[in-house]
Design a protein around this ligand. Sequence first.
Ligand SMILES: Cc1ncc(C[n+]2csc(CCOP(=O)(O)OP(=O)(O)O)c2C)c(N)n1
Ligand SMILES: [Mg+2]
Length: 347
Amino acid sequence: MDRESLIALYRQMVLIRIFEDRAAEMYAKAKIAGFLHLYNGQEAIAVGAVSALNPDDEIVVNYRDHGWALARGSSARAVMAELFGRVTGTTGGRGGSMHLVDVKNHFWGGYAIVGGHLPLATGLAVAAQYLKTGRVTLCSMGDGSTNIGTFHAALNWAKLWNAPIIFLVENNQYAMGTAYDVHSAVPMIQKAAGYNMYAEEVDGMDVMAVREAVCRAAERARRGDGPSFLNAVTYRYRGHSMADPDVQRDKAEIARWKELDPIKRFANEVLLKRNLVTPKDLESIQKSVEQEVEDAIAFADQSPEPPLESLYDYIYQQPVPNMQVAGSLIRPPTVARHVPVKNGKHA
Ligand SMILES: Cc1ncc(C[n+]2csc(CCOP(=O)(O)OP(=O)(O)O)c2C)c(N)n1
Ligand SMILES: [Mg+2]
């Protein structure tokens, strides 16, 4: 990679870190409702992985998705506005934090049901294979989701069809407060072996290592060698979500992993070491990112909420058979079922 591209990777990781810290503040101020799962500590994975893919490759992820949307090119404005539930968000404020989707970027979200997105991702990969689009699908997931039924269904199907997919485990070693070594019956890599699937262990705190592993897996998929499984070991620096006081994890363990901070590490071991930047350059990147996120917050805050009449838009088939349409408001099917019945006959 040339100097500009390496600096761009660094800037993206800094953007994600600062975006998440500010999103936490906005949550505390009740500007953001619902759940909020932050990506601090895991930045090297989304940034490294996205940099290894083509812009039209498909990406599907879990609810810890802000970093993915930003790395994939959604603007900080659109992502913050989505968290605020505003019309200017990536999906008009209808998805929110856990359901970021940006179709133009082939970014399909953002799924709240643990493991629920794995069969969808496998379907996208099989479709690409069938239609010969040459696209690869990258499906990231948490370590906890590898214990769930859909994980096994998806890996089995992907291997059976030799699908062009990369299963990328963001192994932050915890599913909520439950540690990986007590929630998984076998080491992660054995789960890939169960489906005779090509697998690699990856340092998830090293953006270049993630990029290289995803490059290898994407090349395999494109030349028809089928699915790959990557176990990227990482750590999250905050609680599971904003609702988690993070009391289960050992403080010394958290401190140890903070020493491996992927952003500082990339700055020290690559950018500064190779004289690609000066400490002053890094400071000005930090300042410009802070401004970008500040601007995103102001933009989100000034953006309107979706109009109430649009509440049911995009939910039911339009027009819904036998449903009355009032403006854009379509009544949900449950309303129709409450038709009064007299003496056993429908009114
Ligand atoms: C099917 C299902 N079961 C339980 C939950 C509740 N839940 C939300 S996140 C989570 C932990 C998942 O951990 P992991 O897959 O490691 O992802 P991480 O949060 O670490 O990124 C659980 C159990 C859920 N959302 N969906
Ligand atoms: Mg986890």
